[in-house]
Structure formats: C-alpha cells, structure tokens
Write a protein of this length. Structure first.
Length: 146
C-alpha cells in the first residue's frame, strides 16, 4: 500500500485540527485531538516506513484519548452557569441599613454588600432601618425592593 496511507493520516489529522480551529472549539477539542492522533500515527508510519504501524498507532492514540483523557478534558472544560452578583441578588432578602422613603433612596445590605435601594412602587410605605425587604429587580446600581 505504501506511504500514501501515512501521508493521508497526517493530512486528515491536520485538516481535523484546522477544522477545530475554524469552528472555535465547538466540538470541545475532540476534533483537534482525534486529528492529532491521526497525524501522530501517520508520522510514526512515515518514520517506520510501514503503513500498518501508522494505522495501528493512530488507532491506539485515538483509543487512548477516548478511553483515558476525554472525560478528564470535558470535566475541565465544563463551565457552570453562575449568576453574577447583580443577577444573584434578585429574589433575595435584604436588611434596610438606611431608611427607604416614599421618594427617597436608602441602603439595603444583602449578604456582605450594601446597595442603594428604592421602593418598587412609590405608593408603598417607607421601610425603616432593620426592616427586611425582598429584592424585586436591579436597575443600574439601584435595587428595587418591596
């Protein structure tokens, strides 16, 4: 069969890695690492002048990746959806540290942070220091509370 099999492995491997780059790691690096396995197998085949060694080593590298490293890599690449501090405060309870008047802003402590706050509906009664309030929304740096 000759060295064309090994060259084919190298070319397909490089094309897989290039496709991964073009896709922007959309496949979670699977395509790039399988491509690297193919290219490495082809390189070994070229060094040993054996198409059989090239195919066997490419298959062995790919199997090693899927059997041992894929789960570890996926765990490292997993991104948890975690709310930022602004999104995380909506729905929480806070304690008034500066009176919130009908038309006046006050301060509310949520966790360890203190936020500027105003009433959701100006018709609501004022909230005095020490009162518990619920955060309904955030507008800029101001909490809307009830």
């Amino acid at each position: 069969m000759g060295n064309w099999v090994n060259w084919l492995l190298v070319i397909v491997g490089v094309l897989c890695a290039a496709a991964e780059l073009a896709l922007g790691a959309l496949t979670g690096f699977d395509l790039a690492l399988v491509g690297a396995s193919l290219a490495a197998g082809g390189a070994i085949g070229l060094l040993t002048q054996s198409w059989y060694a090239g195919l066997i080593s490419a298959a062995a590298f790919a199997m090693l990746y899927f059997a041992l490293f894929r789960r570890w890599l996926k765990a490292k690449l997993y991104v948890k959806d975690q709310q930022s501090n602004v999104d995380a405060v909506v729905g929480k309870m806070g304690v008034v540290t500066k009176r919130i008047g009908l038309r006046d802003c006050g301060l509310v402590k949520v966790g360890s942070e203190e936020w500027r706050a105003e009433l959701v509906q100006p018709a609501d009664s004022a909230r005095e220091v020490g009162a518990d309030v619920q955060i309904v929304s955030v507008e800029g740096v101001t909490l809307k509370v009830k």
